[in-house]
Write a protein that binds this ligand. Structure first.
Ligand code: M6R
Length: 609
């Protein structure tokens, strides 16, 4: 079971008339983490007000009058539920019997049934089906023994089993945000006369760029001018060493003139790929540390989930192409593979968020076995970055759309760069780097070449139920990523297959005008020509994406549509050839009337398994 939610809590030294507004803005920024229900709890002049319901931030904020709330402190939550119906009662915040304590939570409390039975026997009344509701009642229970709010909170936390990021507020100490973390991420924002606690930098950044990332098993409280943190065992933490300045720019979080984040983030690729590459070239220490670990590796295992797994597949193929032993593994499947991993091997953990629980658990298991870990992340403050032996920061800017686009291309670029550094063939590296420096122009040109076709093709695909994406060798991971994109944003069943393998079964489904999309990368043109012919012979609707100089007459003859793409080297194609598919998925989703930024049942960061 897994659940991913967004948390924001604010406390201010002065009473704020605009507190409700602040919450609406912060919750909108968090909505990409979960969008089943939304709620806030505000403390104002010794009263606790709760407003929550199912729906989007905009609709709930309007119907429940969020912007009318004033006060000095509050907590807010966006929920993404996979277990139990998203109802008003199950929405966060949850309260105790006296309605003086409110709690928001991300994660799973495994022992909630036994805690609930205990609390029921003590006369507590529950109104939701959630595990979270035990927390305010536990705090209430311990407060009734004479403890202050923080001591009662700490005691409640010590009774929980599972994973959690929890923030609580109590009217008796209205400027104190009580927090605790185990696995699920939580950060504290330190402002002037203002403190925040959130699951995400995105909601803190408008207020401050100074944050503290909580570690596992840490608890504490934040007041407008003071933060206190200790371990659950009671060892105080020196805050001065933990405050870090973040270099994200708030404008990167806005949609700007675009209709959706997805298209904004696709268009941003020429810029952010340059950022990734210049970051790799200028951060020599960061790269060298990773290369030093990788160069002594017997086998390099690349682990990732979703798009990060597809980047890992591409990375592993490229490492092998360069002569290194490498294998990609899906994070959630990694544990059995890790049994045969030896201490001489190295793991590359690929995760844009740096928080994906499946990847984190696989990485921790590897480290427990004495294996070193290099991480590739887009958040240097993330758990995966902080726990790895070395990490590379992708510098892709914040990615808000649930579907990964620019972070995928950056991941691929980082992996190719690592491969080149491992090769230690200076001349070859320089030649390839010269082509990679052209990525902004090539990417822009790819977007131009593919945009019109994507719009037109989207019209055809929008009425289809199924589509195949086929490619050989490097073309296969790109196809897998293409299939994932159209599945998650346009809800069309899509399957990626190695093109040569398609005749061993999948071709049975191909009938009149069945869409089959080929991606050609690299040197195997003749073989893929045969695969294209096979599909055409079954009357498929064939679309072929191919490098400009590789569109042969056989491909032309057997494809209903050929999209010629610029390429400067194999490496530039590996980074950019997914972009036409990102555009196709985007326009198909729009054509079908879906919001690609908020695919149903999905969340941006899956922090609980
Ligand atoms: O943050 P991560 O890169 O670890 O996330 C991994 C997957 O959850 C992610 O790639 C997911 O598959 C995206 N929705 C793909 O678009």
């Amino acid at each position: 079971m897994f659940r991913v939610c967004g948390i924001i809590a604010i406390t201010s030294s002065s009473r704020r008339e605009d507190l409700g507004h602040l919450f609406v803005e912060a919750l909108k920024r968090l909505e990409y983490r979960g969008y089943d229900s939304v709620g806030i709890a505000i403390v104002d002049q010794n009263n606790l007000y709760i407003a929550k319901n199912t729906g989007t931030v905009e609709s709930v904020a309007k119907s429940e009058g969020f912007t009318f709330f004033s006060g000095c402190s509050g907590i807010g939550h966006t929920r993404w539920a996979t277990h139990g119906a998203p109802t008003k009662n199950n929405s966060h915040p949850h309260t105790d019997c006296s309605k003086k304590i409110a709690v928001v939570h991300n994660g799973i409390i495994e022992n909630y049934s036994e805690l609930k039975s205990l609390l029921l026997s003590r006369g507590h009344l529950f109104i939701s089906d959630t595990d979270t509701e035990v927390v305010p009642h536990l705090i209430e229970e311990f407060k009734s023994t004479g403890l202050d709010a923080y001591s009662a909170f700490k005691k409640a936390i010590s009774m929980l089993r599972g994973t959690f990021a929890i923030v609580a507020i109590d009217v008796s100490e209205e400027r104190k945000l009580l927090f605790a973390r185990k696995v699920s991420p939580l950060i504290i924002g330190v402002g002037r006369g203002l403190a925040l606690v959130s699951s995400d930098i995105v909601s803190v950044l408008p207020f401050t760029d100074r944050v503290i990332v909580l570690n596992d098993d840490e608890v504490g409280y934040a007041e407008p001018d003071r933060v206190f943190i200790e371990t659950i065992e009671g060892f105080p933490v020196d805050i001065s060493k933990r405050v870090v300045k973040i270099d994200y720019h708030i404008e990167n979080f806005d949609k700007g003139p675009y209709e959706h984040y997805m298209i904004k983030e696709i268009y941003e690729q020429p810029y952010f790929l340059t950022q990734t590459l210049s970051g790799l070239i200028s951060s020599r220490d960061e790269v060298e540390k990773s290369v030093k670990l990788l160069e002594v590796a017997d086998t390099i295992y690349l682990i990732g989930a979703g798009s990060s797994y597809h980047a890992s597949l591409l990375g592993a193929l490229y490492f092998r192409y360069l002569g290194f032993r490498a294998q990609a593994i899906i994070s959630s499947e990694a544990i059995p593979y890790l049994r045969s991993v030896k201490s001489g091997d190295v793991i590359v953990a690929v995760s844009q968020s740096g928080e994906t629980i499946d990847t984190l658990l696989a990485m921790r298991e590897s480290m427990r076995r004495g294996v070193r870990v290099v991480a590739i992340v887009n958040n240097p403050l993330s758990t995966i970055a902080r726990e790895s032996d070395a990490y590379i920061y992708m510098r892709s800017g914040p990615e808000i759309c649930v579907a990964a686009t620019k972070t995928f291309t950056s991941q691929v670029l980082v992996l190719l760069y690592l491969g080149l550094m491992l090769m230690k063939d200076h001349q070859h590296t320089e030649t390839v780097l010269r082509t990679l420096r052209k990525l902004p122009e090539i990417t822009t040109s790819i977007i131009k070449s593919a945009e019109d076709t994507a719009r037109k093709l989207a019209k055809k695909l929008s009425s289809e139920h199924s589509v195949y994406y086929l490619g050989r060798v490097f073309g296969y991971p790109i196809s897998a990523e293409a299939a994932l994109k159209i599945k998650e944003v346009a809800y069309i069943h899509a399957e990626a297959y190695p093109a040569g393998e398609s005749k061993h079964g999948p071709i049975a489904l191909v009938t009149h005008r069945f869409p089959v999309i080929f991606t050609i990368i690299g040197e195997l043109d003749e073989l893929i020509e045969g695969n294209i012919e096979e599909m055409k012979a079954r009357d498929a609707y064939v679309v072929t994406y191919a490098p400009r100089d590789k569109t042969t007459s056989v491909i032309e003859k057997n494809s209903d549509l050929v999209v010629s793409l610029p390429q400067a080297s194999l490496e530039t194609s590996l980074v950019t050839y997914v972009i036409p598919h990102q555009l196709l998925a985007y326009y198909t989703a729009v054509e079908r009337g879906y919001n690609p930024d908020r695919p149903r049942n999905l969340a941006k960061t899956v922090t609980v398994f």
